[in-house]
Unconditional design. Structure first.
Length: 233
């Protein structure tokens, strides 16, 4: 009996309390399964980003050397190299800017319109013609705010100079069927409105024969400017 008791004690007593635990296996972690849709979306975003970078690089690399305006140039002024600069830009095909290779072709020509610094120079903005042609004279016409047409006056636009009675000298007995005296002209340049008064000066090219008459009408305050028909009739 005593022998059996010792066996039980050895099995359930001290040896059980002093038992050394073996190595513990780490918990198993199952790998997350990636959904095919997420993978496809990720690949699409990467591809789109790469395409965007490619387009940007293509645009940056596809630049054109063009002529720019670096100083104020008035209508009719002869262009010099000091008036022009160069720039490399991503040019819209719709813009007909002068290329730097053609710079010499515009130097020495006249500005057909007023040119402002910072703008690109277009071939339509220069001309080989004189602003005032042979057989013409330039007449400055002063217009008060109420006499200025709502339509912008631009260089090259055809106008008529009309003789009207000066203020306070109207002939009330004049027959209404008498045709007004008119002079045909062409707008060369228009000034900005004068501070305070809003008056504008329009340079009008007329024939050399009509120029002196237009000056007399202007001096007497008996001249008005009207727009001619688009076809000049």
């Amino acid at each position: 009996m005593s022998s059996r008791i010792r066996v039980d004690t050895a099995a359930h007593g001290v040896p059980q309390q002093g038992r050394v635990a073996g190595p513990v296996a780490p918990p198993r972690v199952s790998a997350r399964r990636r959904r095919p849709g997420v993978i496809a979306l990720s690949l699409a975003l990467i591809a789109a980003g790469g395409a965007g970078v490619a387009v940007l690089l293509l645009q940056v690399g596809n630049r054109t050397d063009v002529v720019t305006v670096i100083r104020d140039v008035q209508v009719g002024q002869v262009l010099s190299e000091d008036d022009l600069g160069r720039a490399s830009v991503a040019l819209d095909p719709a813009l007909k800017a002068v290329r730097t290779d053609d710079l010499e072709s515009v130097v020495g020509r006249r500005a057909a319109v007023e040119l402002k610094p910072g703008s690109l120079l277009a071939s339509s903005q220069v001309t080989s013609d004189n602003v005032v042609k042979a057989g013409e004279q330039l007449v400055p016409i002063g217009l008060e705010p109420q006499q200025i047409p709502a339509t912008d006056l631009v260089p090259g636009q055809k106008v008529q100079l009309v003789h009207v009675p000066a203020p306070g000298t109207a002939d009330t007995g004049a027959t209404p069927d008498v045709a007004a005296q008119t002079i045909d002209g062409r707008v060369v340049k228009t000034s900005g409105a004068a501070p305070g008064t809003g008056a504008v000066v329009v340079d009008v090219a007329t024939s050399a024969n009509d120029g002196p008459t237009a000056v007399v009408w202007e001096a007497a305050g008996a001249l008005r400017l009207v727009l001619a028909a688009a076809d000049g009739d």
